[in-house]
Design a protein around this ligand. Structure first.
Ligand code: MF3
Ligand code: CO
Ligand code: CO
Length: 278
C-alpha cells in the first residue's frame, strides 16, 4: 500500500483551547476504559466479552464507541465496539467467540467519541505467562511508543518520531509495520497527518502546538509485511509470527507533549515487566 506522507502543516488542524479541553476529556475516558478492561484479561475469557464490557462502559459514560459501524473506504462497516488483535494479528481484529488462552498476547484498541471528539488508545496484554518471544515483541512495542512520544514538541518533524521508533525496534531485531500508521484525530477519527512509525530524522511535516494525533507503532517479530483476511478488516503478519502494538492520543503543547489518553494507574496484565530493558 502506498501512503502519501507529505503534508503541509497548514493542512493540519490546530485545536482551540475549548477543543483541547474536549480532547482531554475524551482521552481520559478512553484511557479509563482501557484500565478497566485490563482487569478482565485472563485465560478462558472471550474477546466478545471484552467487547461487551467496553461497549457498556463507554455508554455508561455518555460516550459512543467509534469503531462500531465505522467505514474505511470500501470496507464493510466494522461490526464491534473495540478491536482485539491476538498474536499474529497486527490490528483491526474483530471480537468473537475466540477464548483467550495461556500464552496469548492480545491488543485491545479503544476509541471513544465524547462531545464530538475522539480519543484513541490501545495496549497489548499478556494472557497468563508469556513466552520470551511474546515478551520481546510486546516490550519493544511499548518502548517504541514511549520513544516516539518523547520526540514530540513544536518544531520537531514527523520523521523524528518515525526514526526514533524504527531505530529502536530494528536494533532489537524486530520490524515496523508500514501499511498502518498513526493519524490526526479530533472531530474526525482518522484525519491528517499520517504518522508513520518509520522514517528519517529531520524529514516530514513540522509539528506545531495545538496539533493532536495518535502514535501507534505495530511491531513484528518477523517480516513487516501484512495481509488482510477475507473479513476485509483483520490484518495479520505475512509470516504468521507475533505482532504487538501500543497507542496513545497526544497533543503538541507550547513546550512539548501531553498524552491525552494517559491513565491514572498501572495497566493490569500489561505493565508487569518494568525492568525489561534494564
Ligand atoms: N482504533 C484504530 C486506530 O487506532 C482504528 C480502528 S477502526 C475499526 O486507528 F473500524 F477497525 F475499528
Ligand atoms: Co488510532
Ligand atoms: Co486505535
Amino acid at each position: 500500500m502506498a501512503l502519501d506522507l507529505h503534508f503541509r502543516s497548514s493542512s493540519v488542524e490546530i485545536k482551540s483551547t475549548r477543543e483541547i479541553d474536549a480532547m482531554r476529556e475524551v482521552g481520559r475516558l478512553a484511557g479509563d476504559s482501557l484500565m478497566k478492561v485490563a482487569e478482565l484479561i485472563r485465560p478462558g475469557v472471550t474477546t466478545n466479552e471484552l467487547n461487551q464490557f467496553v461497549h457498556e462502559d463507554t455508554l455508561k459514560k455518555g460516550a459512543r464507541p467509534a469503531p462500531l459501524n465505522y467505514r474505511n473506504g470500501d470496507s464493510p462497516p466494522f461490526p464491534k465496539s473495540i478491536c482485539t488483535s491476538l498474536n499474529e494479528v497486527v490490528c483491526h481484529g474483530i471480537p468473537s467467540q475466540r477464548v483467550l488462552r495461556e500464552g496469548d498476547i492480545v491488543n485491545v484498541d479503544i476509541t471513544h467519541i465524547y462531545r464530538g471528539f475522539h480519543g484513541d488508545t490501545s495496549a497489548t496484554f499478556y494472557v497468563g505467562k508469556p513466552s520470551e518471544e511474546a515478551k520481546l515483541v510486546t516490550e519493544v512495542a511499548r518502548r517504541s511508543l514511549e520513544l516516539g512520544i518523547a520526540e514530540v514538541r513544536p518544531g520537531a518533524r514527523l520523521g523524528d518520531i518515525g526514526a526514533a521508533i524504527q531505530e529502536f525496534a530494528e536494533a532489537r531485531g524486530c520490524s515496523v509495520v508500514e501499511d498502518f500508521v498513526g493519524h490526526g484525530i479530533g472531530r474526525k477519527f482518522h484525519d491528517e497527518p499520517k504518522v508513520a512509525h518509520y522514517g528519517e530524522r529531520g524529514k516530514g511535516m513540522r509539528l506545531k502546538a495545538g496539533m493532536t494525533f495518535t502514535i501507534e507503532p505495530m511491531i513484528n517479530l518477523g517480516t513487516h509485511e501484512v495481509e488482510i483476511l477475507d473479513d476485509e478488516w483483520t490484518a495479520v503478519t505475512a509470516d504468521g509470527r507475533l505482532s504487538a502494538q501500543f497507542e496513545h492520543t497526544v497533543l503538541v503543547t507550547a513546550t512539548g507533549v501531553e498524552v491525552l489518553t494517559a491513565r491514572a494507574g498501572r495497566l493490569a496484565n500489561s505493565e508487569i515487566f518494568p525492568d525489561y530493558f534494564g
